[in-house]
Design a protein around this ligand. Structure first.
Ligand SMILES: *Cc1c(COP(=O)(O)O)cnc(C)c1O
Length: 395
């Protein structure tokens, strides 16, 4: 009582209270139990369309087993940072495994993808440099750029013309780096890598790619955007997360020996933040073993993606340019989007809305993620429910 916080605290409270009052508060719903592709929420079994577990590997028995063995051998935590007592054989094994998978000399792991972007960008670039980002780049890239002190230049989403315009006028900078997502997390579209690589070469800029949503999704082996475009080795710095398709947590950067050696020295998240816990590290290693043995998951995921997008488009829904497991369904108006969400949730479909300012004005949407464990009948049920909602709410 009597404490006074910054004004934003009360503004958020007001917004949340209003949404709860209107029964339109879909934030932080508790998932009580997993039953892939379903989840149990509030005593209801719902089809899960909001998970990043694209290959349905959360709870995979082999991955769980490796994580449990790691606890028995090394315990549940690390004893500090990697450079003190924190480096275990598991960390080195994971970094070798990632480097092999991404066909690079080496890799380094951090405690999250967010931290990996923050520390890598801010360690490499400084005042006098330019970081050149797609306007839809992930928040962790934006934060890394702001922290770096480099000039933060942005080009329109996936626009090669705008990128070239910025490259032309930024030749005076000491270093330039183009930073993109491989797959954009709100739209599900893929970056035009071949053309961006050409521009990077032409204007002597480095290229940094965040692969959070392409690992396990793009390429026959699921290695990501370079495999998808058949351009192995084209990207200078490959970053990714271990919290999405990979059922663990942590971020990684893969690249040349010099780059990774550098990141293991001055990068502040490596030096000042604790090493990944053993069960998480072991689970990440096991993920790569399982993926190698169960490639059918990648194929099935992509079959589901293509089926779902094709059927939605046949029913007249706008899914932008998505070709990946993130499938936006543009509704436009916020209220219709909230009502459609509620309608689907009442049909036991766990789907969530994305509203401005997270996306551009008038593009409020449902964002649906498909996974390898879904069958056509699950997807058909979602489509049928959406067709009903379309009639009721005049979408
Ligand atoms: C999720 C995400 C991150 C952050 O990864 P975490 O491991 O969850 O911190 C970074 N970049 C993109 C594009 C993401 O979607």
């Amino acid at each position: 009582m009597g404490r006074v916080y910054p004004k934003a605290v009360y503004e958020v409270k007001e917004r949340v209270d209003r949404a709860i009052n209107d029964n339109l508060y879909f934030y932080l719903q508790q998932i009580d139990q997993l039953e892939d592709p379903f989840v149990h929420v509030n005593g209801k079994k719902m089809l899960m369309l909001a998970s990043y577990s694209y290959l349905s590997l959360l709870q995979h028995p082999e991955i769980n087993k490796k994580a449990k063995e790691a606890i028995d051998k090394f315990g549940t935590g690390t004893h500090g940072v990697r450079i003190l007592a924190g480096t275990e054989p598991l960390h080195n094994e994971l970094e070798h495994t990632i480097a092999r998978f991404k066909k690079r000399d080496a890799s380094v792991v951090f405690s999250s993808g967010y931290v990996a972007n923050l520390t890598t960008i801010s360690s490499l670039f400084h005042k006098g440099d330019a970081v050149i980002c797609d306007k839809y780049d992930h928040a962790s890239i934006v934060d890394g750029c702001l922290l770096s002190g480099a000039d933060f230049l942005r080009f329109n989403h996936n626009s090669l013309i705008d990128l070239e315009r910025i490259l032309k006028k930024s030749e005076a900078y000491r270093h330039r780096c183009i930073i993109i997502d491989s797959v954009y997390s709100m739209d599900g579209d893929i970056a035009p890598l071949p053309e961006i690589v050409d521009l990077a070469k032409k204007y002597k800029a480095m290229l940094y790619v965040d692969e959070a949503h392409s690992m396990g999704v793009l390429g026959e082996n699921g290695t990501g955007i370079e495999e998808y475009f058949n351009m192995e080795g084209a990207v200078d710095i490959l970053m990714g997360t271990m919290s999405k398709v990979l059922p663990a947590i942590g971020g990684y950067v893969a690249g040349d020996k010099e780059l990774i050696n550098f990141l293991k020295h001055p990068s502040r998240a490596f030096v000042f933040s604790a090493a990944l816990p053993p069960p998480v590290t072991a689970a990440a290693i096991a993920f790569f073993e399982v993926l190698e043995k169960e490639k059918w998951r990648i194929k099935k995921l992509n079959d589901n993606i293509h089926y779902f997008i094709r059927r939605l488009n046949e029913e007249g829904f706008n899914t932008l340019q998505s070709q990946t497991a993130i499938i936006p369904l543009i509704i436009g108006e916020e209220e219709k989007t909230m009502k459609t969400t509620q309608y689907l949730q009442n049909k036991d479909i766990f789907v969530l809305p994305v509203l401005p300012p997270a996306v551009p004005p008038n593009t409020a949407r449902l964002r649906m993620n498909v996974s390898a464990s879904m069958e056509k009948e699950h997807l058909d049920f979602v489509i049928q429910s959406l067709v009903e909602a379309k009639k009721i709410f005049n979408i």
